[in-house]
Design a protein around this ligand. Structure first.
Ligand SMILES: Cc1cc2nc3c(=O)[nH]c(=O)nc-3n(C[C@H](O)[C@H](O)[C@H](O)COP(=O)(O)O)c2cc1C
Length: 327
């Protein structure tokens, strides 16, 4: 018998597979499908700051970074239809309908909007809140310390208002990922989700205009989060969830070995169907049986830097012929 149950930011999960915030989980039937397919928890589609701003008819104010109005347009065009009130309704309905943890998600680019709203999300019954903090560092006038400060402030201000656990989902574009991760945990994050994979821009060379890039990840994109999970596991005071590039059982097992408490899935569910959750669970189970492993605690972090006799390998950035055979 193998046990897949785990604890993620204090929540009991029947297994570590979490459906990442995306449109598959922006309505009740979608959430139910994930539950039936075996998900350990779901993170609801993010409510975007721009949606909140639109609803309060205050779009012009509090725009912190240039380019933000375009971001609003982009979000509207993407049809991110759930407004704040509908969102609270979804949280309530989901909590009544299913028994796995429901993690709400807010996309934040400034601290202003979310503080009171987070309280309402808590009151609606969400088991936890994931803050998808995504500040675009495109303005050369803002240095990295300012961007980090915004990130910390968003967490801190929300944290003072709610008691449910908070996960912070960040991108990898920080000069010092380790410091940001450490600070977020010190300031009260119960988990870090590494990493968000942002909307990608492409260029249409016939129409000479911008076009959306391919929206799904590929399995080789796991390398970046995998390295950071392995580097941070045991070093920061909160749980780690891997996001980006986990497409199959092998990817999930790698995440656990690196030190992840939970595995978030998105692209693979779009590409292979929600049933992929069940397939990944089977792959993890049969791998555990093959290796005589009974519980996830036996393997979690086994290949993290902290537990490695060769910690320098995790920090290697350059290709060296002697190690990889090619140059
Ligand atoms: C269609 C789509 C919508 C998404 N919407 C959100 C969102 O609202 N909030 C968020 O934090 N991440 C969102 N994401 C990012 C995913 O949650 C996930 O972090 C990313 O796709 C990388 O994981 P993957 O490799 O498993 O796809 C979205 C991704 C896709 C493909």
């Amino acid at each position: 018998m193998v046990a897949l149950s785990t604890t993620y930011m204090g929540l009991s999960l029947r297994n570590p597979l979490i459906v990442a915030s995306c449109s598959l989980v922006n309505n009740l039937p979608g959430i139910r499908r994930c539950v039936d397919a075996g998900a350990g928890a779901v993170v609801l589609k993010s409510l975007f700051e721009e949606q909140m701003q639109a609803e309060t008819k205050d779009l012009e104010q509090e725009i912190w970074l240039p380019g933000h109005p375009e971001a609003f347009e982009y979000v509207s065009k993407m049809g991110m239809a759930l407004g704040p009130r509908e969102y609270l309704k979804l949280v309530k309905e989901a909590k009544e309908a299913v028994s796995i943890p429901i993690i709400a998600s807010l996309n934040c680019i400034s601290p202003k909007w979310w503080v009171d709203y987070a309280k309402q999300i808590e009151a609606a019954g969400a088991d936890a809140l994931e803050l998808n903090i995504s500040v675009m560092p495109s303005d050369p006038k803002h240095n990295s310390a300012e961007i980090e400060r915004i990130t910390f402030r968003i967490l801190q201000e929300v944290k003072t208002r709610i008691d449910i656990p908070i996960a912070v989902k960040i991108g990898s574009h920080f000069a010092s990922v380790a410091r940001v991760a450490d600070e977020l945990c010190r300031r009260g994050a119960s988990a870090l989700v590494l990493f968000n994979r942002y909307y990608q821009l492409d260029i249409d060379i016939e129409k000479l205009e911008l076009a959306p890039g391919y929206k799904f990840s590929s399995p080789h994109e796991i390398y970046l989060p995998l390295r950071w999970i392995a580097l941070l596991a045991g070093r920061v005071g909160c749980d780690l969830a891997v996001s980006t590039g986990v497409h199959d059982g092998a990817g999930a097992i790698k995440g656990l070995l690196a030190g992840a408490t939970a595995i978030q899935l998105c692209s693979t569910l779009y590409l292979n169907g929600i049933e992929q959750i069940g397939r990944i669970l089977e792959e993890i189970e049969s791998w555990m049986k093959k290796h005589g492993i009974e519980s996830l605690d036996q393997i979690r972090g086994k290949l993290s830097q902290m537990e490695s006799p060769n910690p320098e390998l995790y920090e290697r950035l350059q290709y060296i012929k002697i190690l990889v055979g090619i140059e």
